[in-house]
Design a protein around this ligand. Structure first.
Ligand SMILES: Nc1ncnc2c1ncn2[C@@H]1O[C@H](COP(=O)(O)OP(=O)(O)O)[C@@H](O)[C@H]1O
Ligand SMILES: [Mg+2]
Length: 250
């Protein structure tokens, strides 16, 4: 049962790779699942979320469903259960070919949305892990979303990656929030970049950032959720705080 009639949809995107999109989808998903029923969608053909959570080569992929809607068939969507409160629709590398097909399909930007509406009442929140490119998959994710989360490392080049998404989100009137990841507040450089970002983005920058924490990477490699892996560690603490800060906006 869902507390809202329809799930709220959140894309996690930044066309830069390695900024923490997949890490945030997985761990924020588990943190939010303390209160909500959550669906994760792996929308990056590299399929890191799928393999990290133990769904490498699983069937019922988002690519298969997209192929069906492109052919104007309405699929019966059956997500996989990670546990009672967190489900996943995985993907495989073939999602890359489907990106091309979407580009050449009428209303190709709305195909993901057509899949999501069939299961939207079964969840409270749907988190979408986007590819590291501002391509048609990303456009599909953004067109479906009520909120966009933009992870960034506290480095100048990573911040520059935010501008494109910010412009798009503002144009489409989708609220967006920037999240700093892999932060070390002992570093002058990190503090400096974060201060500048606070001035530029103000309330669009979340107050809670994610520190560098090796258990986040370790837990993910072993397909264990961070709260089971190391409940009292920095990784768990940071994601609980982040989830609590974001709940009013989801
Ligand atoms: N806060 C963090 N602390 C330590 N390692 C992290 C953290 N966030 C991400 N990583 C690691 O950095 C790499 C890139 O993160 P990932 O979430 O895959 O980025 P993206 O999905 O944006 O490409 C992964 O190996 C991941 O385990
Ligand atoms: Mg990723």
């Amino acid at each position: 049962m869902s507390i809202w009639v329809m799930a709220r949809i959140i894309s996690v995107t930044n066309h830069k790779g390695g900024v923490g999109k997949t890490t945030i989808v997985a761990n924020l998903g588990f943190a939010l699942a303390r209160q909500f029923k959550v669906l994760l969608i792996d929308f990056d053909p590299q399929a890191n979320l799928s393999s990290g959570l133990g769904f490498k080569d699983a069937d019922n992929t988002i690519g298969r469903y997209l192929q069906e809607v492109i052919h104007v068939r309405y699929p019966t969507v059956v997500p996989h259960e990670i546990n009672q409160y967190v489900h996943i629709i995985p993907c495989k590398v073939d999602l890359l070919d489907i990106e091309n097909r979407l580009r050449n399909t009428i209303s190709g930007d709305l195909m993901l949305k057509r899949i999501i509406v069939t299961i939207q009442k079964d969840y409270d929140l749907i988190l979408i892990d986007c590819p590291p490119a501002f391509n048609y998959l990303t456009i599909n994710a953004l067109s479906s979303s009520n909120l966009v989360l933009v992870p960034a490392k506290p480095e100048l080049f990573s911040i520059q990656g935010i501008e494109l998404i910010k412009d798009y989100a503002e144009r489409k009137q989708i609220p967006y929030k920037i999240i700093f990841n892999q932060v070390d507040m002992r570093s002058n450089y990190h503090r400096q970049v974060i201060n500048t970002a606070q001035e530029n983005y103000q309330s669009n920058l979340v107050a809670n950032y994610i520190r560098t924490s090796i258990s986040l990477a370790e837990a993910f490699e072993q397909a264990i959720d961070i709260f089971k892996f190391n409940e009292s560690g920095n990784g768990s603490k940071d994601f609980i705080k982040l989830a609590d800060e974001l709940i009013p906006f989801v």
